[in-house]
Design a protein around this ligand. Structure first.
Ligand code: ZN
Length: 275
């Protein structure tokens, strides 16, 4: 199943993507209450109402207010190498602020005080039910599905501060979407093509098989120190090909358009504008 949040001129809701339509859930639990139970999701899908063309609605960030929104740094071998960083021996984690979340198609706003905003395509995990002290071999039982996250980062500010959260959490810096592809539909997330284009030019092209810490390891690791809530989002890090590591470095400018694609999930596109 693919689960989307959307808005039409009659209001907002959530539902199931079916081809190029979305079938709204008309009654029953909220998305985060249903997310951890595949049987409930299937029942709601059966009862969903007439399809709305996606083109006649606005897709929204699928998880706009996660109980935790976590980033993982330097988690692809080739990206650690291009960053000049050693391969981490333990996941490098940090929080993103929920206020930075944007939806599919929303403009990414470049603030006037940074010239070095960079792109990062990432596979992100959505947790379906509370997870605490979860073993690696049980971790996938807690994963409801996957979304794409663009981990936009103001590099000049990121490099000048010891903590990365602020430089990665400006308003609009976390586009998320286009929908949640459920774990049963996606299958193995350990070998997916992951790509990013700026103005149609391919900048990042890799596979999730290059992850240093994979999805079960990350869910287990984070659950040792906190209770991951239903709807928690863990963005698992970006592969090589980011702008700051290029020769010469490349950064985003107003008028650019960024498209991200992960095999089995879909595409997420956002325009870039002056903030
Ligand atoms: Zn990142």
């Amino acid at each position: 199943m693919r689960i989307a949040r959307f808005r039409t001129d009659r209001g907002s809701g959530w539902g199931f993507v079916d081809g190029d339509t979305v079938r709204p859930v008309v009654r029953g639990p909220g998305l985060l209450d249903a997310l951890g139970d595949l049987d409930t999701l299937r029942e709601l899908e059966q009862e969903s109402s007439d399809p709305i063309p996606i083109g006649e609605s606005e897709l929204l960030a699928p998880v706009p207010d996660p109980p935790q929104f976590l980033g993982i740094g330097l988690n692809y071998r080739a990206h650690a190498a291009e960053s000049g960083a050693p391969v981490p021996t333990s996941p490098v984690s940090f929080p993103f602020y929920n206020s930075s979340i944007a939806g599919p198609g929303d403009p990414i706003l470049l603030p006037p005080f940074t010239d070095e905003v960079d792109w990062e395509v990432e596979l992100a995990v959505v947790i379906g039910k509370p997870a605490r002290d979860v073993a690696v071999e049980d971790a996938l039982d807690y994963v409801a599905g996957y979304v794409i996250v663009n981990d936009l980062s103001a590099r000049d500010i990121q490099m000048s501060e010891g903590q990365w959260s602020r430089a990665k959490s400006f308003d609009t810096f976390k586009p998320m979407g286009p929908w949640i592809t459920t774990a049963d539909e996606l299958g193995d997330a350990g070998d997916l093509d992951i790509e990013l284009w700026v103005n149609g030019v391919l900048k990042q092209s890799s596979s999730t098989s290059d992850l240093i810490f994979n999805v079960p390891q990350l869910v287990s690791h984070m659950s040792q120190s906190l209770t991951l809530g239903a709807g928690a989002v863990i963005s698992t890090g970006t592969p090589s090909g980011v702008g700051f590591a290029r020769t010469p470095p490349e950064y985003l400018r107003p008028g650019d358009v960024i498209t991200l694609e992960i095999e089995g999930i879909g595409r997420l596109t956002n325009p870039v504008e002056a903030g």
